[in-house]
Design a protein around this ligand. Structure first.
Ligand SMILES: [Mn+2]
Length: 218
């Protein structure tokens, strides 16, 4: 049987829901390829526990905007999400440096045969290696220039996508998930009281577990 690929949406510290979801899909680190779509951390109950599960699952993660900002901050650059930094540091304690080392290995995108994975989205007409990393991790809508990445007066980036790869992304919880022929959005807003979702490939099956509570405001 072909190896399964399990792609998991934005966890944001929701370790209980993550455990439940992994159980529901019978995730097996020795048999499945397990990939997180980014934003493992911040906002939710326990980022460190999510990272521990990530390690147990021998998983990979795409770089989310929260991981990207964390790296910038550890390099002394001011960035968004700095308000989460102290909480995260305390949460990880003596494991903080190990965690940051792991995060520094997260790819900004992953392309594999006919599959493309990215946290935010793809700039229309550009390959990720031609794209500003900040766009890859935060893009929602496209204004034609990349100045405004989220105004709802502009079209979602995936409305302008014309490639052949199946693109799997996260980051846009307000949509409550996206399922189009060439585009799958996995952020179903677990930390906001929604659900945590896993895409199983090659079957293209979506499996979710409901959030136990609302941990943060969207
Ligand atoms: Mn995000």
């Amino acid at each position: 049987m072909e190896k399964r690929t399990l792609i998991i949406g934005d966890v944001h510290g929701c370790f209980k829901e993550l455990k439940k979801l992994l159980k529901k899909v019978a995730a097996d680190p020795d048999k499945d390829r397990i990939i997180f779509i980014g934003d493992l951390i911040n906002k939710g109950p326990d980022s460190r526990k999510v990272w521990e599960i990530f390690r147990e699952m021998k998983a990979t993660s795409i770089m989310g905007n929260h991981e990207y900002s964390l790296l910038q901050l550890t390099q002394g650059k001011f960035h968004k999400h700095s308000k989460y930094f102290d909480v995260l540091r305390k949460n990880f304690g003596s494991k903080f440096d190990d965690f940051v080392e792991d995060v520094s290995q997260f790819p900004l995108w992953l392309e594999d045969h006919e599959l493309m994975m990215v946290h935010g989205g793809l700039v229309p007409g550009l390959h990720p290696d031609q794209t500003d990393p900040w766009h890859l991790v935060t893009l929602r809508t496209w204004d034609g220039e990349g100045e405004d990445l989220k105004s709802e007066s502009n079209p979602p980036w995936f409305d302008l996508y014309t490639g052949d790869d199946l693109v799997v992304f996260g980051h846009w919880a307000a949509l409550g998930g996206v399922n189009l022929p060439k585009v799958i959005g996995l952020d179903t807003g677990c930390v906001y009281g929604g659900a945590l979702t896993c895409l199983i490939l090659p079957e293209r099956k979506l499996v979710s577990v409901k959030a136990q509570k609302k941990y943060a405001q969207i």
